[in-house]
Design a protein around this ligand. Structure first.
Ligand SMILES: Nc1ncnc2c1ncn2[C@@H]1O[C@H](COP(=O)(O)OP(=O)(O)O)[C@@H](O)[C@H]1O
Ligand SMILES: [Mg+2]
Length: 457
């Protein structure tokens, strides 16, 4: 369908252009020849020349001379002023009744061109002459109508020839144009069916080549997204499956009374933690989905960052107290322009990670520093650290350094991806520096902003 209509359009356009040019050239040719001044001049010159020769001739020799001229296709008629023809027989020259009078009364010495009507390449010129002191009118007829017609035929037939050859060539050329488009259509159909591995080859640098390059780029992006979606589904299923498995195992054990009474509490604790983990998972998934959507809530305002950090530390007191951690705060008083609720999530996730991965009795340092470039918030722990090769993936969804860990501190690997997402929404940035066995520092950089309220922070 596509192929046919594009062909039709290209070939149709070509044919229309050629047919129009044929018509236009045919008519303009006729028009210009009709009004041809050079042709008129030529006829006048020839007429004057012929008139001079005849004037020099004796009256009795004129008929013979006229005959001679006739053999060279100069048709000549000569009339006496009275209207009497000089010769008995004349070739037919289209003359009107007033032609003779017109010639004598034209004030000029020059020949006059008689009106030639529709005939484009035929002219009659008239001039008054004197033969042996007697006034005569001489008419000369030059007729190129036939030649004109054959030229027209030649032009039209060569244009028709161009039309024919051109149509054939255009047909071949448009195949070159249409084939890649057809391939693209098929590839797009393939993609619609779910085959995202289709790629097209193109050597051309033209628009179609560019289209193919863009298509390939789009296909690879879609393939990536599809892969991400698959990974995501399998990660989610896995994250749901493992707590469910342990919940089912432990409840079954308690039901079947395989568990000694004094251990029941411990098992119930595990069940409780696993349900907590499941609910954290769904909470985080919902949060991510909301952040991913175009309409996630985002209500930035100016507020005191140091107070927010202090609140976060207070809110998590049970966690860090139970590990006997020491929290050291060094907070400059700063105001920033950001969404408070979203940023609270950032500090909470980073701080809880620091608590989780710190050894008991450890230390956590939180700094807020403001300088000319902006505000830096760093959260530093002295815990197990992160292996260098894991750092590039740290902010990926479901990424966990230690995948096998199933104890209570196991998260679901979504915390840092939420952090990253919120940081991106604000156009802030985040950096990690970590050494295995020595600890990690997460630093959020808040660039100097020109905010809506007109304040810089
Ligand atoms: N402060 C830290 N110290 C050591 N490892 C960390 C720290 N923060 C994050 N990680 C590593 O990065 C992984 C991803 O973190 P996160 O997205 O918060 O998921 P989780 O739910 O596992 O905490 C964690 O599983 C952990 O391996
Ligand atoms: Mg976490």
């Amino acid at each position: 369908m596509l192929k046919r209509s594009l062909y039709v359009r290209i070939v149709g356009t070509f044919i229309t252009v050629v047919v129009l040019s044929v018509l236009i050239s045919y008519f303009t040719m006729s028009f210009f020849f009709h009004n041809e001044v050079i042709f008129d001049e030529e006829v006048k010159n020839v007429t004057s020349g012929v008139a001079e020769i005849i004037e020099l001739t004796e009256l009795e020799d004129v008929p013979a001379l006229v005959e001679t001229f006739q053999t060279y296709y100069f048709n000549i008629m000569i009339f006496h002023e009275s209207g009497e023809p000089l010769l008995d027989q004349y070739p037919s020259i289209p003359l009107s009744d007033s032609s003779i009078i017109d010639v004598f009364y034209s004030a000029e010495e020059d020949p006059v061109i008689l009106p030639h009507g529709k005939r484009e390449a035929s002219r009659v010129a008239g001039i008054p002459i004197e033969i042996e002191q007697e006034p005569y009118a001489l008419f000369l007829h030059l007729d190129y109508e036939e030649e004109m017609l054959s030229i027209k035929k030649l032009v039209v037939s060569s244009l028709l020839f161009v039309l024919l050859i051109g149509s054939l060539l255009i047909l071949l050329a448009s195949r070159r144009l249409v084939t890649p488009i057809k391939k693209l259509t098929n590839a797009a159909k393939e993609m619609a069916k779910g085959n995202f591995s289709v790629r097209l080859k193109s050597k051309d640098k033209d628009e179609v080549g560019e289209l193919i390059t863009s298509f390939n780029h789009m296909a690879s992006e879609v393939e990536k997204i599809d892969k991400m979606r698959e990974d995501f589904v399998s990660s989610v299923s896995h994250e749901i499956q493992s707590p469910l498995t342990s919940i089912r195992g432990f409840t079954k054990a308690i039901q079947d009374e395989v568990v000694p009474k004094q251990n029941e509490k411990e098992y119930l604790d595990i069940i409780y933690q696993e349900t907590e983990r499941l609910s954290r998972l769904s909470e985080n998934l919902l949060r991510l989905a909301s952040l991913d959507s175009e309409h996630h809530p985002y209500h930035p305002e100016v507020y005191k960052l140091d107070e927010q950090i202090r609140r976060t530390v207070l809110a998590t007191e049970p966690q860090w107290k139970s590990k006997n951690l020491q929290i050291l705060l060094e907070l400059d008083t700063v105001e920033i322009y950001a969404d408070q609720d979203l940023l609270e999530q950032v500090w909470l996730n980073l701080f809880i990670n620091a608590i989780k991965y710190s050894p008991p009795e450890g230390e956590i340092h939180i700094h807020i520093q403001e300088d000319t470039s902006g505000v830096k918030v760093s959260i530093k722990d002295y815990g197990k650290g992160i292996p260098e090769e894991a750092i590039p993936y740290l902010f990926d969804r479901f990424f966990k350094v230690d995948k096998a860990r199933t104890n209570s501190i196991a998260g679901n690997g979504l915390g840092l991806s939420i952090v990253k997402k919120i940081v991106m929404i604000h156009h802030f940035s985040i950096e990690v520096s970590s050494k295995e066995g020595e600890g990690s520092v997460f630093t959020v950089l808040i660039p100097k902003q020109q905010n809506d309220t007109g304040q810089t922070s």
